[in-house]
Design a protein around this ligand. Structure first.
Ligand SMILES: [Zn+2]
Length: 448
C-alpha cells in the first residue's frame, strides 16, 4: 500500500498520552499504520490529502449497535414504549427478516456510522431467524470497509420459560454454544490490526438463562475473546434482576463471571455507587448509549461518576430501532448534553465526550494499544472533519466544536490506511442505491 500523507491540518487531535492537539499538522500513513506525525513542512508521499480547514482525529469507535434493526426505524407501534413494550412490538417484525435483510440493514447502519466518522463498530447481533448467521453482518462490514467487532448474541429464554422474547425467536442453548465455537474459529482474528473480531454476547438477563451466561464466560476465557451484554438499562431491568435472582445487576453479573477487563456492558444507566466501584475495581467497561436512553426513557447514566471512579466508558449508538439515528459524533454531543442536564455545565466537557468516542471506545473493545489515538505505530484509522461549513462557522475552538457544533458528516474517513469516505461520500457503495434498497426491504417487512 503506498504512503498517504494528510497535510496542513488546522488541528490534529492526537488523543495520545499527553492529549496533544497540534496546529498546522501532518500525519503520514504507511502500510495501514501511522508512520509519523509532525507540524509545519511535511515529507513527500505518493498520495496526499489536503486537510486545510480540517480537524483530524482518530476515527471514532462505536461500542454498541444492533445493525439488523436499521430496517425498523420509527415503527409506529414502538414509538412510545419503554424497553420491554418496545421489544414486544418489534420481535415479530424482526422474526420475518431473512439473511439478505440482515446484510442490507447492517450495510446501511455501517454506512451511516462511517459518514459520522466512525471506523470501528461493535455489533451485538442476537437475532437468528430462518438461516440468519453472524456472517450476514460480517459481510456488510467488508462491503463498507469498517472494522467490526461482531458480538454473537443469543436469546434462549422464551415467553413460556419466563423470558421476554416469543418462543419462536429463541435458540436452544446447546446450539448457541456450538455456534459460539464455530464463529470464533471462523472469524475471530486476534492479530494486531484485525478487521474482524468476535465476542460472545448473550442478549440480556431477561432473555437467556444463568447457565448460558456462565458457560459463555467460561468459553470466552478459554478462547481469548471478549464478553458483552445489556445490563441495568432501566428501573424495570433492575426490578427484574432483584425479583428473579435476588441480586442487583452488578453483583449478578459478578456472580456469573461477567466482570473483568474482557467484559463490556451496554447501558448501565441504573448502576449504583457500589456497582460503579465494582466496575472500576474489576476493569469492567461500559458502552454508554445516550440517545437510546433518551429515546426509551431509560434515564441518565451516571457517566460522570463512572469516569471519576476510573471506569472505562465508550459510546454506542445502540440499535437503530431505539435511537433511531446511528451517527456516532452526534452521540458524543448527546452524552455531553445529558451529563450537563443532570449535573451542571461542567459535568462533561466537549473534549471528554470526544475522548469517550475514541479512546474510551478503543479501551472498551480491548484495542487501546492500536485504536482510539493517533501516534506512530497506531493503526491508521483517521477522521478528517471539515470545519469550514455553515454548521461550524464562527467556532473559536475547533476541537470543542466537534462536540458543541458538529459538522454533519466527516469529510474523509480512513480505516487501516484505506479511504472509506472521501469528500463526504462512501468510496465503496452508492449511498442512494443503498437507501432505496433499504426502503424497499422495510416496506416488505411492514407488509408482514
Ligand atoms: Zn442494545
Amino acid at each position: 500500500m503506498s504512503a498517504l500523507l494528510i497535510r496542513g491540518a488546522l488541528r490534529l487531535v492526537c488523543m495520545d498520552a499527553a492529549r496533544r492537539e497540534l496546529p498546522d499538522a501532518w500525519l503520514l500513513i504507511e502500510d495501514g499504520v501511522v508512520a509519523a506525525i509532525g507540524q509545519g513542512p511535511a515529507p513527500a508521499a505518493a498520495r496526499t490529502l489536503d486537510a486545510s480547514g480540517c480537524v483530524v482525529t482518530p476515527a471514532l469507535v462505536n461500542t454498541h449497535h444492533h445493525l439488523f434493526q436499521t430496517l425498523t426505524r420509527a415503527v409506529p407501534a414502538a414509538q412510545h414504549a419503554t424497553l420491554f413494550g418496545w421489544l414486544r412490538a418489534l420481535y415479530p417484525i424482526w422474526g420475518r427478516m431473512r439473511p439478505e435483510d440482515v446484510t442490507l440493514a447492517a450495510a446501511v447502519g455501517l454506512a451511516e456510522l462511517a459518514l459520522s466518522g466512525c471506523g470501528t463498530c461493535a455489533d451485538h447481533h442476537y437475532l437468528f431467524p430462518d438461516g440468519v448467521r453472524l456472517e450476514d453482518v460480517i459481510e456488510a462490514a467488508g462491503m463498507i470497509g469498517l472494522r467490526l467487532h461482531a458480538a454473537r448474541g443469543a436469546m434462549s429464554l422464551g415467553e413460556s420459560a419466563g423470558g421476554l422474547p416469543p418462543d419462536a425467536l429463541v435458540e436452544r442453548e446447546r446450539d448457541i454454544l456450538k455456534d459460539f465455537e464455530r464463529v470464533v474459529a471462523a472469524f475471530h482474528d486476534p492479530a494486531p490490526g484485525a478487521m474482524t473480531r468476535v465476542a460472545l454476547a448473550p442478549c440480556s438477563p431477561f432473555s437467556v438463562s444463568e447457565g448460558l451466561m456462565r458457560d459463555a464466560a467460561i468459553l470466552a476465557r478459554e478462547k481469548g475473546v471478549r464478553l458483552h451484554t445489556h445490563l441495568a438499562e432501566n428501573a424495570q431491568d433492575v426490578a427484574f434482576s432483584l425479583e428473579r435472582f435476588g441480586l442487583r445487576p452488578g453483583p449478578w453479573a459478578e456472580s456469573l463471571g461477567w466482570t473483568g477487563e474482557d467484559v463490556w456492558h451496554a447501558h448501565c444507566v441504573r448502576l449504583d455507587a457500589d456497582e460503579i466501584a465494582l466496575f472500576a475495581r474489576t476493569g469492567t467497561a461500559v458502552a454508554h448509549c445516550p440517545c437510546s436512553n433518551c429515546r426509551l426513557g431509560a434515564g441518565i447514566a451516571p457517566v460522570r461518576a463512572m469516569l471519576a471512579a476510573g471506569v472505562t466508558v465508550g459510546l454506542g449508538v445502540d440499535g437503530s430501532a431505539s435511537n433511531d439515528a446511528g451517527a456516532l459524533l452526534a452521540e458524543a454531543r448527546q452524552a455531553m448534553l445529558l451529563q450537563r442536564a443532570a449535573g451542571g455545565p461542567d459535568a462533561l466537557s466537549a473534549r471528554a465526550a470526544l475522548e469517550m468516542a475514541t479512546l474510551g471506545g478503543a479501551r472498551a473493545l480491548g484495542r487501546a494499544a492500536e485504536l482510539g489515538a493517533l501516534a506512530p505505530g497506531m493503526r491508521a484509522d483517521v477522521a478528517v472533519w471539515d470545519m469550514s461549513g455553515l454548521e461550524c462557522a464562527g467556532a473559536w475552538d475547533p476541537t470543542a466544536a466537534l462536540a458543541l457544533c458538529p459538522p454533519r458528516r466527516v469529510r474523509d474517513l480512513i480505516v487501516e490506511g484505506r479511504e472509506v469516505v472521501r469528500d463526504g461520500r462512501l468510496t465503496r457503495v452508492d449511498e442512494r442505491a443503498l437507501s432505496e434498497r433499504a426502503a424497499a426491504a422495510a416496506r416488505r417487512l411492514a407488509q408482514g
